[in-house]
Design a protein around this ligand. Structure first.
Ligand SMILES: NC(=O)C1=CN([C@@H]2O[C@H](COP(=O)(O)OP(=O)(O)OC[C@H]3O[C@@H](n4cnc5c(N)ncnc54)[C@H](O)[C@@H]3O)[C@@H](O)[C@H]2O)C=CC1
Ligand SMILES: O=C(O)[C@H]1O[C@H](OP(=O)(O)OP(=O)(O)OC[C@H]2O[C@@H](n3ccc(=O)[nH]c3=O)[C@H](O)[C@@H]2O)[C@H](O)[C@@H](O)[C@@H]1O
Length: 437
């Protein structure tokens, strides 16, 4: 099948490469010439485990081409819209400028029988509106909504082997045809018995924001328990283990610490609240404001804890921050809790040096005022405190004795409850973490 993918960011680049891997002939389009140049050279424009290898594989088949020219989509029958929907500058709502522009760019090139497929995360009601634009431009083309659930760091696996596939389609023959086209696109994962849910547009749109809201709520729930553990002298990691054994609760996404960041969970719950407000249903998701607040309080608490262990002020102190990306195995620093904490400590007068295996370049672009150091040993040398804020494997596996010989003071703050506390304490470190004594 001939497919186009509009938008080649964290979602679209992986989707385009994966569709080519599934045997389709794919053209990817992005307005960012740097991303297109990297992909044309067979390189991923960002760090995502397995993507370079996948690009090399599909590059050899010739099934993936990329372009900055919107006209390159002509000839494809299925067009995936994968552009960004960031938080608007002046409100909590999603900025739909890019989605609208991407669909408008497609309209003059649509042929009868083409299917436009939205994958970006959008406020409920968007698909219906865009379907109207498609119908007006090409009455024999249709639109479907096919939300994406991939996680950064696992994006290739999640795309090739998703845990479910959701189609939002119109009623009647157009919907049936859309389902058949999408079944052809996803023939390989469907052959693996991946559950497939066919729904109307609003349900498909809501599935996506409901899933992210649930995940954010689960994280904030355990972080609320961490707040209580702190005042009651309890241990949130043991609490999470204990409640997680209840299969109805489950241990996954109960890791307390600095909370959620990234280009999706924070902006998606805010956009959901904004859209619910427009629909007059604010009370239904009012709890998400608390989820957001709990999440933000963790970042403030981390700064407070660092201030506390450093004797009441961080001014003039040397702080080593390990981690800049919003999660391990990603170079994405959008709304990164680690980077925000580093920036706040810097603003409070600390000399902050940040290291990260992959995200230094992106972090520097957002916070040029901080010092960055690729070498971990140099980062921690003479530090008064070491803060582990993103749980990359190389940080989790640090030898506390070796690191202890480099620092000025053996003080470690475990922002992700990721270190072996006993080992660090045995090496003479003052160990502090969120939600634990
Ligand atoms: N990053 C993730 O893990 C996931 C993201 N999503 C959703 O997917 C959407 C995209 O997210 P990301 O890939 O993270 O964003 P991103 O910012 O990494 O990528 C968006 C890309 O779209 C391009 N673009 C903007 N306007 C364009 C146009 N008119 N024509 C062609 N390209 C255009 C940009 O240059 C950029 O490369 C968002 O709605 C997000 O919520 C959904 C699931 C997972
Ligand atoms: O819509 C999206 O873009 C995606 O958002 C999330 O994926 P992602 O943002 O890549 O990463 P997650 O693994 O969900 O982690 C998000 C944040 O929560 C934090 N987190 C996660 C789990 C946990 O137990 N505790 C915790 O603080 C992570 O450190 C990270 O900052 C969802 O997991 C994906 O299903 C979804 O497709």
């Amino acid at each position: 099948m001939k497919i186009s993918v509009i938008g080649l960011g964290y979602l679209g680049a992986v989707h385009a490469a994966s569709m080519a891997q599934l045997g389709h002939s794919v053209v990817g389009v992005d307005i960012d010439p740097r991303k297109v140049a990297a992909l044309a050279a067979g390189r991923s424009p960002f760090y995502e485990p397995g993507l370079d290898e996948l690009l090399a594989e599909v590059g050899a088949t010739g099934r993936l081409t990329v372009s900055t020219d919107p006209a390159a989509v002509a000839g494809a029958q299925v067009h995936f819209v994968c552009v960004g929907t960031p938080q608007a500058d002046d409100s909590n709502a999603a900025d739909l400028t890019y989605v609208d522009a991407a669909v408008r760019g497609l309209l003059p090139r649509l042929a009868p029988g083409d299917l436009v497929v939205g994958k970006s995360t959008v406020p409920v009601g968007t698909a219906e509106r865009l379907a109207g634009m498609v119908a007006a431009a090409q009455p024999e083309a249709a639109l479907a909504w096919n939300p994406e659930f991939l996680r950064e760091g696992f994006a290739v696996k999640d795309t090739l082997h998703p845990d479910r596939i959701v189609y939002g389609v119109p009623d009647g023959a157009a919907g049936e045809r859309a389902v058949a086209q999408l079944d052809e696109v996803y023939a390989a994962p469907l052959a693996e018995h991946t559950p497939r849910i066919v729904a109307d547009y609003p349900t498909a749109e809501l599935v996506k924001v409901a899933a992210n809201s649930f995940l954010a709520t689960k994280i904030s729930f355990i972080n609320a328990m961490a707040e209580l553990c702190e005042v009651a002298g309890a241990d949130v990691t043991l609490l999470a283990d204990a409640i997680g054994y209840d299969a109805r609760i489950g241990r996954r996404f109960l890791n307390a610490g600095l909370g959620f960041g990234g280009g999706c969970l924070p902006k998606d719950i805010r956009a959901f609240m904004a859209r619910a407000g427009e629909l007059g249903a604010d009370p239904a998701v009012a709890f998400l404001a608390e989820v957001d607040d709990i999440n933000n309080r963790r970042r403030a608490r981390m700064v407070e804890l660092a201030t506390e262990v450093l004797g009441g002020s961080v001014a003039g102190k040397r702080i080593a921050v390990l981690g800049a990306s919003f999660k391990p195995d990603s170079d994405d620093v959008r709304d990164s809790p680690a980077l925000e904490v580093a920036a706040r400590l810097g603003a409070a007068g600390a000399t902050v040096t940040v290291t990260d295996p992959r995200a230094i370049e992106n972090a520097r672009a957002r916070h040029p005022e901080l010092h960055y150091e690729p070498d971990l040993d140099v980062t921690v040398t003479c530090a008064d405190a070491v803060l582990v804020l993103t749980e990359w494997r190389e940080f989790r596996e640090l030898d506390p004795e070796r690191v202890g010989r480099l620092v000025a003071g053996r003080v470690v703050l475990d922002g992700r409850n990721a270190l072996d506390r006993t080992a660090w304490q045995a090496a003479g470190w003052t160990y502090r973490a969120l939600g634990r004594r």
